[in-house]
Write a protein that binds this ligand. Structure first.
Ligand code: ZN
Ligand code: ZN
Length: 554
């Protein structure tokens, strides 16, 4: 770390900031190393904060500018047959598999681009880098028609927090919150109970669709159990345990406290006026300016995504320094998310995620090398970072190079599952509300039995109850079509597709003499079946399930 301290100390106040050139910035950024816990005490906090903040703001603005162009390209691809012509059934799948960008990020970028198309003043301000995308998202729904100009003017000067409060006061709505954060729970099961639980999960999957996540399956099992085994009431009619649940989940009180702290800091620091003022970064030209064909758009998006990756690595590195040294406090912010929103114009969670990967890359240097050589994408690296250790990382990287990201994630989940299965428990990543439902099931089961059953017994009872209630209503797959869907796990078999399958398609068409043999049938989602295959964009040959060949006609 010595270098982080030294570099900070060497930088006398008033030194001209390094330019926006990627190479110069990279050199500055990578010269700063993550200090060991022992070294942390000797960090010159104020100087380090100033230095890292200056670099991080430049990097974040450059990445934000590239993101705008990517959003425009993705929005263009989502019109007409765009993504299908490239072999994908949604923009999210395309972005994850081809660009290595998370599906949810891609959807957000495309939807901001569509919103800005209808708001020319806001779009111009954002493209010039004068208004951050975070601010644009905050005022987007309010900035319409005659009100647009006024909101753009406010967005140029006010904070994200201030804008959000103003939008709420004006009766407008804010963008939808991020999807719920999932917590990992090891659901306790006995070895003998595990098969019941697995069967109940599979049945729930037949009801919800093959791509329904495990927590959604657990959720309907809980609801079914609670509908016939109500939670015990205390004498005064309140549900037992409701108080603990509230304490467990202090969301509201805490965010009110945080909101007050944010407002106070903003006023006290005159909107952080002491922090370095940096030039805005204009967005590169939109990739869709001349109505290009899908393959041309794909090529342009690929170039933009490569640029984004380079900025992204710097966001991860500098974000990790800022976060682990808690330098956002030095800079005058109430939390890391607060710093990211106001100063970087980014979501705190996005930077946190990237920084978390960066931390793992210190432990798995082979993964960093594979990313730098562009052998694997950011999204694949995230899967590997969670699944691999020093011994298995090379095998995972080799596997990732030939496997779509969505399939890689399913493999990682299955492997983790098999390890846990040996112990009896089952790992489920779930929103907190599903965890509360599981706890309610345990209370309800104990109340119904009149004795303190173990957690395992309660949950296995829930699984059995679900099977008894639904097994007859959802008959086992009987038709050939249903058996093919069952064989393919209820999932679309196109590489990189994340959707549930709804149809079984004849690989060699029946009209051309194709048989009804299962090896000539493969499961497809609606978009891939009707739009992709029968729309003429995708050609299938070979045999299912393991010898299927897919060709995208370009
Ligand atoms: Zn068909
Ligand atoms: Zn599909």
């Amino acid at each position: 770390m010595a270098r982080c301290v030294d570099a900070a100390a060497r930088q006398p106040p008033g030194t001209p900031p390094p330019g926006l050139d990627l190479q110069a910035l990279s050199a500055h950024a990578w010269a700063l190393e993550l200090p060991t816990p022992r070294e942390r005490r000797s960090v010159l906090r104020h100087e380090a904060a100033e230095l890292i903040d200056g670099l991080l703001v430049r990097v974040a603005r450059s990445q934000g500018a590239v993101d705008l162009a990517i959003g425009d390209g993705l929005a263009a691809l989502s019109r007409g047959p765009g993504v299908l012509a490239l072999g994908f059934s949604s923009v999210g799948d395309y972005a994850r598999e081809r660009l290595g960008i998370a599906a949810s990020t891609a959807q957000k970028l495309a939807s901001l681009s569509r919103g800005l198309r209808e708001r020319p003043l806001l779009r111009e301000a954002v493209r010039r880098g004068e208004v951050s995308t975070r601010k644009a998202q905050t005022v987007l729904k309010a900035a319409r028609g005659v009100d647009e100009a006024a909101w753009v003017a406010r967005a140029r000067t006010e904070s994200v927090r201030g804008l959000a409060a103003a939008v709420r006061r004006a009766g407008g709505s804010l963008p939808e919150e991020q999807p719920e954060r999932l917590v990992r729970i090891d659901v306790p099961l006995t070895r003998s109970g595990r098969p019941w639980f697995d069967e109940a999960l599979a049945l729930a999957g037949r009801m919800l669709g093959g791509n329904a996540p495990r927590w959604a399956r657990v959720e309907i099992m809980c609801q079914e159990f609670l509908s016939s085994h109500p939670e015990p009431l205390e004498p005064d009619g309140r549900v037992q345990g409701a108080d603990e649940a509230e304490e467990d989940w202090p969301g509201d009180a805490r965010s009110e406290w945080l909101a007050a702290a944010m407002e106070a800091l903003e006023a006290e620091t005159d909107r952080w006026s002491y922090l370095e003022v940096l030039d805005p970064v204009a967005a590169p030209p939109s990739p869709d300016d001349d109505a290009p064909t899908p393959p041309v758009l794909d090529a342009r998006l690929g170039e933009l995504a490569a640029q984004r990756d380079r900025w992204d690595a710097l966001v991860g590195h500098l974000g990790l320094l800022m976060m682990s040294l808690r330098l956002w406090r030095e800079a005058g912010f109430a939390s890391f998310s607060h710093y990211c929103a106001e100063r970087l114009g980014m979501s705190g969670r996005a930077v946190e995620q990237r920084a978390a990967l960066e931390r793992r890359l210190y432990e798995l240097p082979a993964l960093r090398e594979a990313m730098a050589a562009r052998r694997i994408s950011y999204e694949k690296a995230r899967v590997i970072a969670a699944a691999a250790d020093g011994d298995t990382v090379h095998a995972w990287i080799a596997r990732a190079e030939t496997t779509p990201c969505v399939a890689l994630r399913r493999e990682a989940d299955a492997r983790e599952d098999a390890q846990m299965c040996a112990r009896g428990d089952m790992p489920v990543r779930m929103p907190r509300r599903v965890l509360s439902l599981l706890e309610a099931v345990v209370r309800a089961a104990r109340d119904a039995a009149g004795t303190r059953l173990s957690d395992e017994t309660c949950l296995e009872w829930m699984a059995l109850h679900f099977l008894q209630t639904w097994l007859d209503a959802v008959p086992p797959p009987r038709s050939r079509h249903q058996r093919v869907l069952e064989r393919d796990g209820g999932l679309c078999t196109m590489p990189g597709c994340s959707r549930s399958a709804v149809h079984a398609h004849h690989i060699r068409l029946r009209s051309r003499g194709g048989s009804d043999d299962p090896s000539n049938l493969t499961s497809l989602c609606l978009a891939h079946h009707l739009g992709g295959v029968h729309g003429g964009f995708i050609e299938l040959s070979g045999t299912a399930p393991h010898g299927l060949h897919v060709r995208v006609r370009r």
